[in-house]
Design a binder for this molecule. Structure first.
Ligand SMILES: Cc1cc2nc3c(=O)[nH]c(=O)nc-3n(C[C@H](O)[C@H](O)[C@H](O)COP(=O)(O)OP(=O)(O)OC[C@H]3O[C@@H](n4cnc5c(N)ncnc54)[C@H](O)[C@@H]3O)c2cc1C
Length: 455
């Protein structure tokens, strides 16, 4: 617990307005979007510069106070919950796009920039930053979780786009990692180490991100299938055929039902695949479209709706936006346990079938980034009902263990946070000891986002 006296010292580093121990501010920073129990920080601060972050961290180090970085708090595994209280560093006011370098396909940003805002401002340059987690996430939070999303099947995850970073270490030292070259064989890849470390090793204040050109043209397909395995088999066939979807999403019939109800739609309530392809000429996209249609038909598609151009893409993809919110609205008062396993693409059908069997007696929705072998199982229930919630957790556990048996991962994109700590040993085996040593080396007093990653 930080004393009022110590909070006074923090106010000498930042001005009074940017240090708050007020109840409503602490409550806002006590939870993310997961079901994990909220924990109040002692104080929240809003730095503007790397130097201020460094001074806050030096203060914390001197007083042995935990520090948790905060982007937008949209995580789904309790990642930014300050479970040992202490200081939350909110990057909301450190949100400047420092420099766009279109000639190098790069942008330098502060950690608090919202990626959607970044992409809006890059449109004029004909460029964009592809990882797209959907929520209004910050670049710092995306780096923290190595976020990805619907476009990762073609473009990859956040880690693939971070070239350089400014990082504040747990002793307050500031280091710079990486460079601006598009390839590099020099030294250990510290940039990659910090990406996905959820603020447990260092706090990112600035980053240089790789950008790509905006697609010239689009083709989109929405196909429905009689059974889940027809849809998931089609995913494999499309990838196997060498087609390169930019997005490939699976929705089970329950999800389509909720979307119909929430948005007043009249879609067929069957397992559904949504796909997007990027290309240049109408003719090239048309050929791809015919090929995709053929593969869907071979997998017994019940309906195939497709089109070329930005408007067609918007029409066919409209249903996928806000899926999470639609499910939430459909079950007021209940909480979701969201699983995020990913498996090799050849095991995707088996994995999805296993998930469906496993949650058979529960209220569950299956959807996910099928092209990446990533499935989200969204089980909705009441965490206060201990017996029922134990069953929900049991199903989650069985699903993760099956994904690990398939040589996959407990989390494709949401991160470890609180919820997945217990799988670290099974997933990483003897490498976990090295991860613990790295943590000890950089953060001997366990002050950076404690209570995450390791049990
Ligand atoms: C509706 C919805 C849909 C989502 N869909 C996806 C999806 O498709 N793909 C996906 O990947 N995620 C998804 N998410 C999860 C979440 O949006 C992402 O993980 C996102 O990247 C979190 O960003 P944030 O700014 O909210 O970070 P926060 O939740 O605030 O923080 C995330 C982690 O990063 C750390 N952190 C924050 N800032 C920094 C920093 N400057 N330096 C170091 N560490 C830092 C935090 O301590 C925490 O551990 C979804 C969430 C919601 C609510």
């Amino acid at each position: 617990m930080i004393s009022l006296y110590d909070i006074g010292e923090l106010k000498t580093i930042l001005d009074e307005r940017r240090v708050s121990s007020g109840d409503s501010v602490r409550r806002l920073h006590s939870h993310d979007e997961s079901f994990h129990a909220p924990v109040l920080p002692d104080v929240v601060v809003w730095p503007h510069t790397t130097d201020e972050v460094s001074r806050i961290v030096r203060f914390a180090c001197r007083h042995k106070v935990p520090v948790t970085a905060w982007g937008a708090g949209t995580s789904l595994e309790g990642n930014p919950i300050p479970v040992k209280n202490g200081i939350v560093i909110d990057f909301n006011e450190m949100n400047h796009i420092i420099e766009v370098r279109p000639e190098d396909f790069q942008v330098d940003v502060q950690a608090g920039v919202i990626y959607k805002e970044l992409n809006k401002s890059l449109t004029g340059e004909g460029l964009f930053f592809p990882p797209d987690p959907g929520a209004a996430a910050t670049i710092g939070g995306m780096i923290g979780n190595n976020a990805s999303g619907i476009r990762s099947v073609r473009y990859g995850a956040t880690r693939d786009y971070v070239m350089r970073m400014v990082v504040v270490l747990p002793n307050g030292d500031v280091i710079r990692t990486g460079n601006r070259a598009r390839k590099c064989s020099s030294g250990y890849n510290l940039t990659a180490l910090f990406v996905g470390s959820e603020g447990t090793l260092g706090i990112v204040t600035e980053a240089t991100l790789k950008l790509v050109g905006l697609p010239v043209n689009y083709m989109a397909v929405r196909a429905t299938f009689p059974a889940v395995f027809n849809a998931t088999d089609a995913v494999y066939s499309i990838m196997r055929a060498g087609l390169t979807p930019s997005a490939m999403e699976f929705l089970d019939a329950n999800v389509v039902h909720v979307l119909n109800h929430d948005r007043g739609l009249k879609l067929e309530e069957n397992p559904t695949l949504l796909m997007e392809f990027h290309g240049f000429s109408n003719q090239g996209l048309m050929e791809e479209m015919n090929f995709v249609e053929e593969i869907c038909r071979t997998n017994e598609a019940l309906s195939i709706d497709c089109g070329i151009g930005a408007e067609e893409r918007a029409r066919l993809w409209e249903i996928r936006h806000q899926t999470y919110e639609s499910i939430k609205r459909y079950h007021p008062g209940l909480a979701p346990l969201i699983m995020d396993v990913a498996v090799p693409i050849s095991r995707y059908s088996e994995m999805v079938a296993f998930c469906r069997r496993e949650v058979g007696d529960l209220t569950a929705y299956l959807f996910g980034h099928a092209g990446d072998g990533n499935i989200h199982v969204h089980v909705v229930d009441d965490p206060q009902d201990k017996k029922r919630w134990a069953r929900v957790e049991e199903s989650g556990n069985n699903i993760v263990m099956k994904a690990l048996e398939f040589e996959g991962t407990c989390t494709g994109e949401h991160g470890i946070g609180i919820g997945k700590c217990r799988y670290m040993q099974t997933e990483h085996g003897e490498s976990l000891a090295l991860m613990k040593q790295l943590k000890k080396l950089l953060d001997p007093d366990n002050l950076f986002n404690p209570g995450k990653f390791f049990l």
